[in-house]
Design a protein around this ligand. Structure first.
Ligand code: UD1
Ligand code: CA
Length: 452
């Protein structure tokens, strides 16, 4: 959407968080609340965003890295209207302005889009998002006439007994015509129960200046819940988690136990993949189709190909190809590229290595800093010895090699195509093509030794 800007209020202290850091820098699903709100605004086309900061302003500024975000300081928190006045130079007469809050991280981009569409199609001076709730205490109440036309917002503390019974509340999110907002801010007063400059007083001001004002009723009230305490922070986390899980299920992904599944909103998952309980899927993770992930698996910034199974494992900053199995109890560390039709079995660790198609690393093996070819069989207990205490070296294993059980491969070393390493060997020299390397003492049996 064009000709749109947003102002985000984030100057409040948030004392109930009992925290050293400002409230809006607390994270919901691993992203600060204020960044979530900025992204929602920018996502709907309000590329330029002004954030009104006050309490610990410097920390908020430092934490938000976004070229199109401007900071405006509100030294004393004299009310939501006063906060917007601080950003008055940011408001363009011919653009629409959305007002949002740094501590309301669950607002959806689609809802903001509907608000702007409603605002523009009705040609309102200002449009409000309202919601009908059971307990309206504490909120601003939307007062309408008998025909249902908007008359005003009244804050709970200023409301009459009759007005307090109204169930339609102001969510605090608005879309204004820039010129109308500017005019109304100039007329705000603070003669109310809290002695504050109330932003919602602009609604009545804009109406009485002869403009249309109306409220759009929201269906999902969870979007507007503000976070004021650690308990509400955990509630916001739970709402977002369930929203993300539902979205995946709607897209054709099976989640066996959503309550025990944590998927960050940045993760992509393909159709017919099944997520078993106890999974944590983070960051830029992309899982393709027909995969089975879990139980009890953590994937962070992972790319997983079609038909791959990962169970009881942790994998970070790496790629796994198609029809590969990982785990149980495998650990894939950063910068690994594991191909197709591979088995990475139990108690196997892979770090900074490439593994070619068809290779089997079935059990108890460490592959670090290695270039591993195709169709290799690793016996149980193979170790690439990559570190001499000072430097790291690479191990190169060409295609079709067989590494016997309990072998140490002391890097730098190369096992050439089709070579064979005898079980229990400690390999320090390159092994030629198709050769058998035996690097251990021959067994001697001392007859009758135990009798002596
Ligand atoms: C506000 C609305 C109320 C609405 C409710 C929805 C006003 C006067 N009331 O009430 O109609 O139902 O939101 O949640 O607007 N802030 C500043 N600077 C200030 C004051 C506030 O940045 O000087 C920020 C706060 O950090 C907070 C937000 O604005 O994030 C809302 O302020 P608050 O005073 O909590 O308003 P509510 O009482 O929630
Ligand atoms: Ca207040």
């Amino acid at each position: 959407m064009e000709n749109l800007k947003a102002i985000i209020l984030a100057a409040g202290e948030g004392t109930r968080m009992k925290s050293k850091i400002p409230k809006v820098l607390h994270k919901v699903m691993n992203k600060t609340m204020v960044e979530r709100v900025i992204e929602a605004a920018q996502g709907v086309g309000a590329n330029q965003v002004a954030v009104v900061v006050g309490h610990k302003a410097g920390m908020v500024k430092d934490a938000v890295k976004n070229e199109k975000v401007f900071f405006v300081l509100q030294e004393k928190q004299l009310g939501t209207g006063h906060a917007v006045i601080q950003a008055i130079d940011f408001i363009d007469d011919d653009k629409d302005i959305i007002i949002l809050y740094g501590d309301t991280p669950l607002i959806k981009q689609e809802t903001l889009k509907s608000l702007v569409e409603f605002h523009r199609s009705e040609n309102n001076g200002v449009s409000i998002i309202s919601a009908v709730v059971d307990d309206s205490a504490g909120y601003g109440h939307i007062i309408r006439d008998e025909k249902g036309n908007f008359i005003k917002n009244v804050e709970y503390k200023d409301a009459t007994e009759e007005e307090k019974k109204v169930k339609e509340i102001n969510t605090g999110i608005y879309c204004y015509k820039g010129s109308k907002l500017k005019e109304a801010l100039g007329k705000l007063k603070n003669d109310n129960a809290q002695g504050e400059y109330y932003l919602p007083d602009t609604l009545e001001i804009i109406l009485s200046a002869g403009n249309k004002v109306n409220a759009m009723n929201a269906d999902d009230v969870t979007e507007f819940s503000g976070v004021n305490s650690r308990i509400q922070l955990s509630e916001a986390e739970a709402i977002l988690k369930s929203r993300v899980n539902r979205m995946h299920m709607e897209n054709g992904i099976t989640i066996i136990d959503p309550a025990q599944t944590y998927i960050e909103d940045s993760v992509k998952i393909g159709c017919d993949t099944i997520i078993y309980p106890g999974c944590v899927l983070e960051g830029k993770t992309e899982i393709a189709e027909d995969c089975q992930i879990g139980p009890y698996t953590k994937l962070s910034n992972m790319k997983i190909g079609n038909g791959t199974k990962v169970q009881f494992s942790t994998a970070i900053d790496s790629q796994v190809g198609e029809n590969t199995t990982v785990g149980p109890y495998a650990y894939i560390r950063p910068n690994s590229k594991i191909g197709n039709n591979i088995k990475v079995g139990d108690f196997v660790e892979v770090k900074n290595s490439v593994i070619g198609d068809g290779t089997k690393i079935s059990h108890l093996t460490y592959i670090g800093d290695s270039d591993v070819g195709q169709n290799i069989n690793f016996g149980c207990g193979t170790v690439t010895v990559n570190y001499d205490g000072k430097n790291k070296y690479r191990t190169v294993i060409e295609d079709n090699v067989f590494v016997g059980c309990n072998a140490n491969l002391i890097a730098p070393v190369t096992l050439k195509n089709g070579s064979y390493v005898a079980a229990g060997s400690t390999i320090t020299k390159d092994v030629p093509e198709k050769a058998l390397a035996v690097a251990r003492n021959r067994q001697t049996n001392l007859k009758g030794w135990t009798k002596k």
